[in-house]
Write a protein that binds this ligand. Sequence first.
Ligand SMILES: *[C@@H]1O[C@H](CO)[C@@H](O)[C@H](O)[C@H]1NC(C)=O
Length: 290
Amino acid sequence: MSDKVDAEDGARETFLAPSSHYGNWEDEFPNEQSGPFYKRISYSSIATHCAIALVYLLAITVISSRIKRSSNPPPCATTDSTTGIYYPAEEAVEYQLVDFPLRDFYQNNPFVGNPRPEHDEAWRKLLTNMNVRFTPQEMRKMNLTSLRLKDGSGYVGSFTAYHEIHCVHWVRKWMHREHYWPYLEGPALQERKVHIEHCLENLRLNAMCRGTRVVSTFEWMGAFPRPTVEQQHKCINWKKFDAWNAERRVDLFDLDALEGRPPLSPEEEPDVDVRLGTKPAFVAGDDIAH
Ligand SMILES: *[C@@H]1O[C@H](CO)[C@@H](O)[C@H](O)[C@H]1NC(C)=O
């Protein structure tokens, strides 16, 4: 690449070289250092120089203002160009190629397997920053409203990426419901089943919405084709995105932090959290975010 550039520069230099022999500036005005001719030239050249300087000054002003503007991007830089929807965390979005280790996914993976403290802790950490605060300006740009925080700092919201993770977690808990929700029976069990169906629908719709176009190939597993799922994916840097959310984390268990909470209705027992469907004392490492 640099060789090519050098060669081109060399060619340009060769091309320009003879022009200096056509007679240059000094040849045209041999006596410009002396005599009345020099004076006349001098006034007009001062005017010319001033004019050129002015043009340069203007150009520099325009260019530097452009640079300033681009280093301080306007709000529309985070607005999706197709939909016009504003996304507040775009500055925390950075892409990278990631291998999905799906072949040996059981190895050293706290997110899978039977319930155990390490597993619950991994999921708890993953969902810690699910609920966050958005400023009134951000809410306006998104054209959204939500529950307002009493301290006036903004509104509670959550990125759907976390909602998907929450759903995967809840489906896992449903698989092990005798461990996580041993108390569930009758209508409460039915309600939870509907929640799981809701979660599966959320995952289905998101998968169809994203339409991830990484291609799976096939290989023989015994006498049957099996998809290989280990291709590289273009992923956001989750750590960076999660850190953005951590900065704005809101504890949704702290209901007193929310403005305008309606009083409990008679059928809402004070010690029952409708979000969990049971008394918090029965909950095994549970909370709303998880
Ligand atoms: C904002 O939201 C309201 C209510 O959902 C809707 O009627 C309105 O068209 C939206 N405005 C814009 C600019 O999207």
